[in-house]
Structures are given as structure tokens and as C-alpha cells.
Design a protein around this ligand. Sequence first.
Ligand code: PXG
Length: 466
Amino acid sequence: MNMITNHLPTAELQALDAAHHMHPFTDSNGLAAKGARVITRGKGVWLTDSEGNQIIDGMAGLWCVNIGYGRKELAEVAARQMEELAYYNTFFQTTHVPAIALAAKLAELAPGDLNHVFFAGSGSEANDTNIRLVRRYWQVKGQPDKRIIIARKNGYHGSTMGGGSLGGMAPIHAHGGKIDGIVHIDQPYWWGEGGAMTEAEFGIERAKQLEDKILELGVENVAAFIGEPIQGAGGVIVPPATYWPEIQRICDKYGILLIADEVITGFGRTGNWFGSQTFGIKPHIMTIAKGLSSGYQPIGGSIVCDDVAAVVAEGGEFFHGYTYSGHPVAAAVALENLRIIQEEGIVDHVRNVAHPYLKERWDALTDHPLVGEAKLVGLMGSIALTPDKAKRAKFASEAGTVGLRTRERCFANNLIMRHVGDRMIIAPPLVITPSEIDQLIERAKKSLDESYAGLKADGLLVAKAE
Ligand code: PXG
């Protein structure tokens, strides 16, 4: 029996899943007790599960299916490339057409002098590459002590040892530790941490922490700063407008390398090709993955500026690479994905159609009694759930309780909208149409209403004591 297209009954699939499949970031016993939802098909922004439910995917998979599901062109390119050259490496004086073409295309799309690409299989791997690249850069320049990388608390850069260490998520560090030479400053999360400051003041204050940290560590010991233009997995934290210009000024002043982790914000998500363009950031390295192939193939990479590439090259062989760096099938699929984004004007669709249409409706969610603020950049949005908007209050219940209950209502209403703590987040496929946005909002409102009623009934609409 072909389990993929003509599958077993849902309960049997769930039992096999629970018995043999270890899920990422999952409480296995909790999941086994209720059974995972089995997703069987995808088309555009819609998913189908094994029971035939039609679900709106408000998260584009894991922030990656930018062009939507079910594009035949990508399947055809993959099949063609597998027949022609399914695999070859680029380690030992060889190369191949898909890797060449994709690197050249990325150099054309990326701003400034970001003209060189080191391929990886994922965002985590690409960030591991970045740790080694920036340390190697300073080594070749005769400053081997410059090896500390400054990152942010609640940032997310992946789940390998390197990526997990760059990320500032304490629960991840608690499971397996953290590599040396990475330190974290606070995140620019005004709603949650801004206190009495204005957003603008707070943006400056949080950026200044970078300067303080550089001075504390000694600039002679600092290699780079890494940040997501908008923190994604941390809850779609949109920084105050003052934040990135100040970060840029500090990186420039002290001559440290700036890495923009564009794994989520790249390839149209923010209404430009890259989030760095939306925020006016001039990085030396960009981390890319996810939307690079719209998730049709696992591929990531680092887009590197002329100076970093030249210095690393000057050092001779760089002892680093993955079996699947520049994998020909993944590269060919990514290239086709970029062609579709470009030729179908998907970035313009985000900026001129989908964003403005969603923005009006997303902002209006703040009329709901449970919703404090609403943020939306391009098609990356979040709302803060709160028992008291005026005070930007947190709930008395453990952080995430209300978010989880609200997500469960969304799930039951066939809308994928995630929660991070008590923030709800969306990042739908970029091809979402106005009428699909209407359906998304309708389901979101219904879920918020149900969640609110449940919280009220259970006495959970209570603010945490300050
Ligand atoms: N950087 C950023 C900014 C990411 O969002 C990675 C690196 C790592 O990429 P890979 O391909 O190694 O997963 C990511 C990934 C979530 C969630 O719960 C987010 C990601 C991955 C898994 C879950 O929001 N982002």
C-alpha cells in the first residue's frame, strides 16, 4: 500500500507516528495521548488533513512556503534535475550548473556587494557556517581574539549547537548547553519590556546595549553581531523604528561584522526581497533558507559581501562544508522558486495588495477585548493578548496559557495561527488573496471570541500583579 497517497486510517497513522516518529520541539507523550493531525495535501494557502478538513495555513508551513503549495513547475524541475544529475559535490575542484546559476541569481537579488554564496542544507547549518566564517575572517586578518558574537535574548537562529547557541532561548540552552564565545543582549520588545519609555526611546536604549557590550568585552574580542530584522520564532517582535539605524551605527563605528538572519524575512516576506531592505540594514552576511525554495526542498546558505569573501579566500582553504552544500536538486528547485517570485511579481503583490488589505483588518483586531497591539510588516504579523490593554498587562496565568488556548481554538476552526507565549502570530503564503484574507480574519475572530468566552468562564481574564 502506498501510505503517502492512499493512506491508512487516521487513527492507525497516529499510532504509528506515536510509536516511531520523534517530533521536533514536541512533548511526545502529550502528543501521543491525543494524536498528531495528519496533513495530506496542500494547494495555494490551503492544507487538507487525513479527515478531509480544509485548513487555511496562516503560517506558510514553518514560515517557508512563500509561493504556496502545489506548484507543479517545482516538481517538474526536481524530476528533471534528478534524471540529469541527482547529486554531485562541490568540494574537490568541481561544480555544477544549478549551484552556479543559483549563486549568481542570489548575487543579483541581494543588495549591495553581497555577491558570494556559501550553501547549506538549512538555516541552522547556514548560521553554523556564519560562526566559522566570521571567526575565520578575523583570524586571516591577524586578529584571532576577535571571536565573540553578540546576539539577542529570545532571538532564534536554529537548533544545531551553533544555531541554538546564537539564539537567545533559555529552554534551548538548557537542553545540551551552549557553545563558547556567544553573548546575548536584550531584545527590542517594546510591548512586553518597554515600561514607561516611548517606543522610540526604547529602541535606542536596547540598541545601545550593543555598544555597552562591545565596550565591556573589548572591541578587540568581538567578531560580529547577529540579529533577525524581525524576530520570528520569538513572537514576531517588530523593533521600534529607531532600533536598526542605531545598531547599524554601532556596528559601523566599531567595525564589527553585521549578520542579518533573513531565514524568515527573506524572499518577499516583508514586502521587499529582504528584510534588510525594509529596515535599511547593510549586513556583511545574510543567512537564508526557508523562502529560498519555498520549502519545496531543504536548502539554506550565507550570502557574503565582497570583503568577507575576499579575506576568507586570502586565507587559503576554509575547512568547512556539507555533503549537501549546493545540492543540485535543491538548487534547481530554489532557482525555479525565485523565477516564480520574480516573474509573477509576488513581492509587489505582498507590498501593494496583500499587506494593505490585511493590515486594515489585522489592526482592527485590536477592537477585540483580548487584543492589545497588532503588528504587521509585509505578511508577518502578531497580536498581543492581554487582560488589560491600557496597562499592556500580562496574564496572571503562566505565560503561554492563554496563547495556547487561543491556538487550540484556531486549530479547531481550521486556521493555522501559532502562539508564542501570549502572542498570536501569522505568516501566510505570500500569494494569499484578499478573499482568502477575509476567510483568515473571519476564522481568527471566531477563535478569539471562543477563547475569550472560555477564559471568562474559567476566570482567567486576570492581570498579573505588577
Ligand atoms: N534563523 C531563523 C531566523 C529562523 O527562523 C532558523 C534560522 C533555522 O533554520 P532551520 O532551517 O535550520 O530550521 C530559523 C528557523 C517556530 C520555528 O517555531 C521557527 C523556525 C524553525 C522551526 C520552528 O517558529 N525558524
